[in-house]
Design a protein around this ligand. Structure first.
Ligand SMILES: NC(=O)CC[C@H](N)C(=O)O
Length: 363
């Protein structure tokens, strides 16, 4: 029996947590972020928005329902949010190597090994999260004692270029033609559009879609700093001149804001959970939302003809914007959920209704 290699999570402030490996045995560096969701690790691990990040789960027991099958439906994985595991590393407390679920295909540890992603357990993730909350999300590394590596800041790169598709792809044959700008899109956004009589024309993050025949634009979620996606912002600005309906989610919210002329900034530790409360501005309606973001819109920099659509009840940060007269809106949270609460999926209906109304006016 070979002796297990000593391995630790090391933060940029020098804090060290020794753990045990249950994933791929290779050192890796990235941005260390925590999420408090109690379920949905297969969806989170395959969410391209986590590219470059080492994910810390505060919920203690992870792995008990294994990993679902890689079945594909309508050209995309039915149970994942993309075709692969995007996180750089996983930090948990109690790993459940035994798993049970009607749809389980393999253990979480085997899945991580398959995608060459390290994972550590026996880490006090709540103590670690308290450090990240007090000091903010930090750079960090999963380091095996015999494989030292340097820290690496993923937010200095254009991670969207890594996460986006390379060629245009078309899904479905619905009545409403939607150009989906893929900045690292989660599959459930595509499913939500296909379920609403749309044809989804999925294009790369830097694709000039101005000559496409389309009825509406959808700007997807995605990893990294929105300030690194100026090509996408320029294409959105061109699209805005057509007045055709636009919807965006998460990074899409930030890119739409930047296209409008607003600024974005980095939050101290971000919002990554299933229980973030947002208020629909001008009402007393509050929705519990699924979130995964580290940047936000500086609400006070929104131009005159734009306004906040949703605001976070906990910390008053922006959770969505809309144009005051044109059919453009976006949310910082994830109406497509996958995983998490589905209360705000109605916003996809509003986007499709904007398309229907735009077409009627154009007749
Ligand atoms: N899920 C996302 O689209 C994340 C958006 C952006 N990368 C952020 O961290 O804020």
């Amino acid at each position: 029996m070979t002796k297990a290699r000593k391995v630790s999570l090391v933060l940029e402030d020098g804090t060290r947590f020794e753990g045990k490996s249950f994933g791929y045995d290779q050192s890796v560096a990235g941005e260390v972020v925590f999420y408090t969701a109690m379920t949905g690790y297969p969806e989170s691990l395959t969410d391209p928005s986590y590219t470059g990040q080492i994910l810390v789960s505060t919920y203690p027991m992870i792995g008990n329902y294994g990993v679902p099958t890689d079945l594909q439906k309508e050209g995309i994985h039915a149970h994942y949010e993309s075709h692969k595991v995007h996180i750089s590393g996983l930090i948990i407390s109690d790993y459940s190597s035994e798993y049970s679920h009607w749809n389980a295909m393999k253990s979480l540890g085997d899945w991580l090994k398959e995608w060459q992603v390290p994972g550590l357990y026996d880490i006090d993730t709540r103590a670690l999260t308290k450090i990240l909350r007090v000091k903010g999300s930090m750079l960090g590394k999963i380091e095996f004692e015999d494989e030292p590596i340097e820290l690496y800041d993923p937010n200095k790169e254009n991670l969207v270029a890594l996460a986006s598709i390379k060629e245009k792809e078309v899904y479905g044959n619905g009545e409403h033609k939607v150009v989906l700008v893929d900045c690292g899109v989660k599959n459930n956004i595509i499913r939500c559009l296909l379920d609403r009589n749309a044809t989804v024309i999925r294009v790369p993050w830097d694709y000039d879609f101005s000559n496409e025949d389309y009825d509406g634009i959808f700007i997807s979620n995605g990893p990294g700093d929105p300030a690194r996606c100026e090509t996408t912002v320029a294409n959105i600005q061109k699209a805005m001149r057509t007045d055709k309906p636009i919807m965006g989610i998460c990074l899409g919210n930030q890119l739409l804001a930047r296209a409008a002329g607003a600024e974005t900034y980095k939050l101290k530790f971000g919002h990554r959970s299933h229980n973030q409360p947002v208020l629909l501005t001008g009402t007393d309606r509050c929705f519990i939302t699924s979130q995964n973001h580290g940047y936000a819109i500086s609400q006070e920099t929104l131009p005159e003809d734009w306004e906040a659509l949703f605001v976070n009840v906990n910390d008053k940060t922006n959770e969505g914007i809309r144009h005051k007269t044109k059919p453009f809106f976006s949310t910082q949270f994830h109406p497509e959920a996958s995983s998490g609460p589905v209360d705000t999926e109605y916003l996809f209906d509003e986007f499709i209704q904007n398309i229907v109304e735009f077409k009627q006016k154009a007749q």
